[in-house]
Write a protein that binds this ligand. Structure first.
Ligand SMILES: Cc1cc2nc3c(=O)[nH]c(=O)nc-3n(C[C@H](O)[C@H](O)[C@H](O)COP(=O)(O)O)c2cc1C
Length: 340
């Protein structure tokens, strides 16, 4: 077994967290990761508070540590109160500055606060804001991404800069035991995995999206700012499709910045938290199993680790295999390279 500050502090068997992917990391994925000995993280951005309450209770009933992911602009103090009341072990924030009062409320409720960061400057600010751990996201990561560099360079730079102040997880490009072993070698205490776990039966993503993920190679993603009228500052990494290929190399601003949302054609329908929605071109939401429409026009968030993701496998097996293979590398392969 691999023991790090992360496994020790959070009482988890493996130093592996799942990414709290909004809309797709729902209770089944979160529970499966936690039950396998990792830290499952629920994607709660934009989730109605009453639904969050019932999902937290369901996760609590599982008996394993878990986390909740929140992008501040899509949530409010009521979500924070719920997490504090339910003593959620870990609340992960990303992208926006987190109000000081939110962090204080969570700490008072016994929750740990993790911040995902993409640069040395952000990491230093996060430590000053009293984060209990950092997730360092490299530019190869899937989803919203503004990382200043790839994981291999950014992670050790952050670790040096914060001088061990808090545990650090690596995110971006990690899909198997080699990725975990490499992150540990670079000084991380654990990893946060998104793309690999999206290709699991438990992820609440459409089968066609999963099919495209496992068919894609390492070269098939792009980082761009094409989608998201509701999140205009968000650069993302995702699979190329017709819409991405059409816009990724253009110099003009993304079209949703110049054309009012109602001017864009409808490309499909989806139900979101029980509400039927018409999906217009450039919408930033990922296709869940309830999407019906044109996948060539949708945002298919995914990281470069699609190149290492070639099958749909149970999330628990993915977590256990990453841990087992990393241990094998550290205990056998690497020592075998040493000549005395
Ligand atoms: C489909 C998808 C949705 C994501 N949604 C979120 C989110 O809601 N909040 C967040 O903090 N990060 C989100 N991320 C980014 C992850 O937190 C993480 O940085 C990334 O998945 C790690 O890289 P990997 O995809 O190579 O494993 C998302 C990633 C993906 C692939």
């Amino acid at each position: 077994m691999i023991r790090t500050r992360l496994t020790e502090t959070y009482g988890i068997r493996h130093p592996i967290a799942s990414a709290g992917m909004a809309f797709v990391a729902t209770v089944p994925l979160t529970r499966a990761v936690s039950a396998a000995g990792g830290l499952g993280v629920l994607g709660a951005s934009g989730m109605p508070p009453e639904l969050l309450r019932s999902e937290l209770r369901e996760l609590r009933a599982g008996g394993d540590p878990f986390g909740v992911n929140i992008i501040p602009r899509f949530n409010g103090i009521e979500h924070i109160e719920l997490c504090a009341e339910e003593q959620v072990p870990v609340v992960v924030f990303f992208w926006d500055d987190v109000p000081k009062e939110w962090i204080e409320r969570l700490h008072a409720g016994g929750c740990n606060v993790w911040l995902q960061v993409g640069s040395v400057a952000e990491a230093k600010r996060a430590v000053r804001a009293h984060a209990d751990a950092l997730i360092v996201q490299g530019s190869e990561a899937g989803g919203h991404n503004r990382a200043a560099a790839a994981t291999l360079s950014l992670l050790p730079a952050v670790i040096d800069a914060i001088e061990g102040a808090v545990p650090v997880l690596a995110a971006g490009g990690i899909a198997d035991g080699r990725g975990l072993a490499a992150a540990l070698a670079l000084g991380a205490d654990g990893v946060s995995v998104g793309t690999r776990l999206l290709a699991s039966p438990e992820a609440f993503a459409h089968d066609e999206y999963k099919k495209r993920l496992i068919a894609a190679g390492v070269q098939d993603t792009a980082r761009h700012n094409i989608f998201g009228p509701d999140f205009p500052d968000a650069t993302v990494r995702g699979l190329r499709n017709r819409l991405v290929r059409e816009w990724e190399k253009r110099d003009e601003p993304p079209p949703y910045k110049t054309v009012p949302a109602e001017g864009h054609p409808v490309i499909g329908q989806m139900s979101l938290y029980g509400h039927a929605m018409s999906m217009q071109r450039f919408i930033g939401l990922p296709p869940t199993p309830e999407f019906n429409g044109d996948f060539e026009e949708m945002s298919l968030l995914a990281g470069e680790s699609v190149g290492l993701t070639d099958s749909i496998r149970p999330a628990g097996d993915i977590v256990r295999d990453i841990a087992r293979d990393a241990e094998e590398i550290v205990t056998r392969r690497l020592p075998g390279l040493i000549v005395r």
